[in-house]
Design a binder for this molecule. Structure first.
Ligand code: ATP
Length: 303
């Protein structure tokens, strides 16, 4: 849960990869300590470029990105080195193979810890702890490149989590993963967030954005065009159409039902199948069940 203290401030950031080109167009954005935020938007809208600015991997041409560490200390991504920043903010690449380069899993995790000066005993503790958190204990001495793609993604996340940054940024962590692996990855991030850390994830999976995160930031053509809780952002049809985003399917069903059905089924907008199930079940407890519904297991007040 967020505590309303800013942890990152992005102020009027402009950026282009090549002279004369513009990818980010004056972005203003603040992230609070303890938030779990997803950044969404169509391909090429600038999501990765924006998130790489948070970690200092890219520096703004104009404007500034400031990180606050909670003790009153602040870091400017243009002034401070990536090593100084990496103790406070970590970035997990979209493709884990862009990040992994050791031939042993524990050494891969240890590399970042050595870089930020963690002493050997503590390194060992942290390695064990993140291997457990990411369910990779049995692979500790194995070669990262013999892992499945999902396990490699978890290793990439583990290497960053081991450094215990205040903020972890993950770029499309579930792309190419099956449903079970995608949930495992999101659960790892959720656990980290539950321990008070800030998580910023780029995703194209609206279902996961809706289910896991407190706040959705919508990027289009290098600027933020919407920002709010998923239950609000996914109702703003015009913004979604403009940015070519479709809300989760269950949310679309809820929206259509509200528009077209006179029945008062929805207590609040559905973001997950569980939300829908709960409302439908409670609706059928209030109203006489239509013929056949009880047989299909939704029940009625007399059941
Ligand atoms: N290294 C680079 N050099 C030049 N242009 C780049 C580079 N990386 C990205 N771009 C361009 O910047 C724009 C924004 O790209 P970015 O990867 O930030 O978008 P994105 O929203 O993350 O896209 P996707 O969802 O496809 O990953 C695109 O036009 C892209 O072609």
């Amino acid at each position: 849960m967020s505590d309303s203290r800013p942890i990152i401030e992005i102020d009027s950031v402009e950026f282009g990869y090549d002279p004369g080109t513009t990818v980010l167009r004056g972005v203003d954005l603040t992230f609070d300590r303890g938030e779990f935020v997803t950044v969404i938007g169509q391909n090429g809208s600038g999501k990765s470029t924006l998130v790489k600015h948070l970690t200092g991997l890219l520096e703004p041409d104009e404007g500034s990105v400031t990180l606050y560490d909670g003790t009153g200390e602040s870091y400017d991504t243009r002034r401070d080195s990536i090593t100084d920043l990496s103790a406070h903010i970590g970035y997990v690449f979209q493709n884990p193979d862009d990040q992994i380069f050791h031939t042993r899993i524990d050494e891969e995790i240890e590399y970042g810890l050595k870089n930020i000066g963690v002493p050997p005993d503590e390194r060992e503790e942290r390695i064990e702890s993140v291997l457990e958190a990411t369910q990779l204990e049995e692979h500790r001495y194995g070669n990262p490149f013999s892992l499945s793609i999902g396990e490699r993604q978890r290793l990439a996340i583990a290497s960053v989590l081991a450094m215990e940054p205040d903020v972890i940024c993950v770029d499309e962590p579930t792309t190419g993963q099956d449903h079970a692996e995608a949930r495992k990855i999101m659960d790892i991030l959720q656990d980290y967030n539950d321990r008070g850390h800030t998580v910023v994830a780029v995703t194209h999976d609206m279902g996961l954005a809706a289910e896991y995160t407190d706040r959705v930031v919508v990027v289009k053509d290098g600027d933020v065009i919407d920002d709010g809780p998923p239950e609000e952002v996914f109702l703003r049809g015009e913004v979604l159409e403009e940015s070519n985003i479709r809300p989760p399917q269950i949310t679309q069903v809820g929206i259509q039902l509200e528009e077209e059905s006179p029945a008062d089924v929805l207590e609040e907008m559905w973001l997950t199948v569980e939300d829908a199930y709960d409302d439908i079940e409670s609706f059928h407890r209030r109203e006489p069940a239509p013929t056949g519904v009880a047989e299909r297991g939704l029940g009625s007040v007399d059941d």
